[in-house]
Write a protein that binds this ligand. Sequence first.
Ligand code: FAD
Length: 457
Amino acid sequence: MHLGILLNRVFRLEGNPLFNYIAEHLHEIEKLYLILPIEDLSDAASVKREHYHKMVESFVSNLSKSNISPYIVNYDKLGELSADLNLSHILVGRDIMSYHSDIYDYPHIKAAFQKQGIDVIGQRVNHYFLPTKTLNQQQKPYKVFTSFYKANRKNIISKPTKNYQLKQLSLYAEKGTNQSHFNVNMNNNIERQARKAWQSFLNNDISYYQQWNDDVALDFVSGISQYLAYGVLDIQEILNDLLDVYDQDEANCESFIRELMFREFYYVLMVYYPETAKVSFSEKYRRMQWSNNQTHFDAWKQGQTGYPIVDAAMQKLNRTGLMHNRLRMVVSQFLTKHLFIDWTWGESYFRKYLLDYDSASNVHGWQWSASTGTDAVPYFRMFNPIRQSERFDSKGYFIKYQLEIFENVEEKYVHNPTKYRNELLEKYQVEVGKDYPKTIVDHKASREYVMHQFKQF
Ligand SMILES: Cc1cc2nc3c(=O)[nH]c(=O)nc-3n(C[C@H](O)[C@H](O)[C@H](O)COP(=O)(O)OP(=O)(O)OC[C@H]3O[C@@H](n4cnc5c(N)ncnc54)[C@H](O)[C@@H]3O)c2cc1C
């Protein structure tokens, strides 16, 4: 066969099932082409676009050390290239949810290649479970996380790592073209950095995970989501590592595995209900009349709502493309409940900024907050952003670090500046409404409005 391998978002040399596939099928392969299709991120925030390019460059650079030069091509030229190379088969990661746009995902790519008469081979690359193996007794996906977790947790087991020699594979791969606009000589080895960061978390911070993972000022989370999104780390290896040390710290390892299973749960749901990327999972809420208040939406995007925890989180997202899980819950609840704005607006904004964007986790994270998802937060349990701030940034460190104006302000004032406007003016010459915005909506009034809207269904 004339085999093409699509490498996008499987940016790792080690534990890469695509390379393993080549090693196991060498005898069937007449011609081998490693192809790295590049996503169009022109509508993404520059912070995300630059990050993606760094990921690509590091991968290309690592490949070149094993004497591999992939064909680099934009997605819109992939069809042409495949025809020129006369591909008979193409190997594609079938479980990648992190593409910037859904036109690059498995169903779309598969349909496009099949139209060209090229056989598509789907391969697990970035998730652990095969969705068909996770179903309930009625052969339906679990819609409640706890049931999914209970039923499938036992199937997480240690598996041997892949065994192939890249240098040997390179002898079979044709040399690609079009490397020019990537700086392949850079020393920035992101795969090595990711492994180091993961090992450091596993050896140190994981022991604080259960107790502190919700604290937004302390950094006791792993930060691996951005590596999983680009396939720099393999979920199988992460789980192998966790199972290896499991007996030393069962509670924290289990708590971490549980989080990873959320990612699998949402992935399975997305495979079975792809339409929920755009519409509410709960059908009755598809008729919800969300607000289209653009001024409120702009204030949320720019971190100008008058609620410091929301503003600090959004301003950090805009600058860095990063946001802690607790803050994602706070800002998404704020948008969908306090401002009563359609969750798809927020989902789309996150897509443009988040370095770790993953369609399944993002869509279902948003639907959880909007109470439109399956196993979502009940609408009547609406977060109070001030209370969230006091609980999860109790000393105000996160707010003070992100919002310069509060840098030297006593912690008791930073959670609710509108309430303490007199003290802020008197003691710090900070005028609420001028130097920092007044709250754009009132929590109590918003809550009453939201309850009323949801109760109608
Ligand atoms: C509105 C909203 C949007 C989100 N968008 C994304 C997204 O685009 N991409 C993304 O990877 N995650 C998303 N999440 C889930 C979660 O916020 C991130 O996975 C987490 O913050 C990543 O940081 P970490 O790797 O340090 O997490 P850790 O706490 O170290 O967790 C380890 C891993 O477990 C998985 N995980 C943890 N929590 C969740 C969760 N709630 N849902 C799914 N997987 C989880 C992730 O793979 C994460 O890397 C979203 C959550 C919400 C509420």
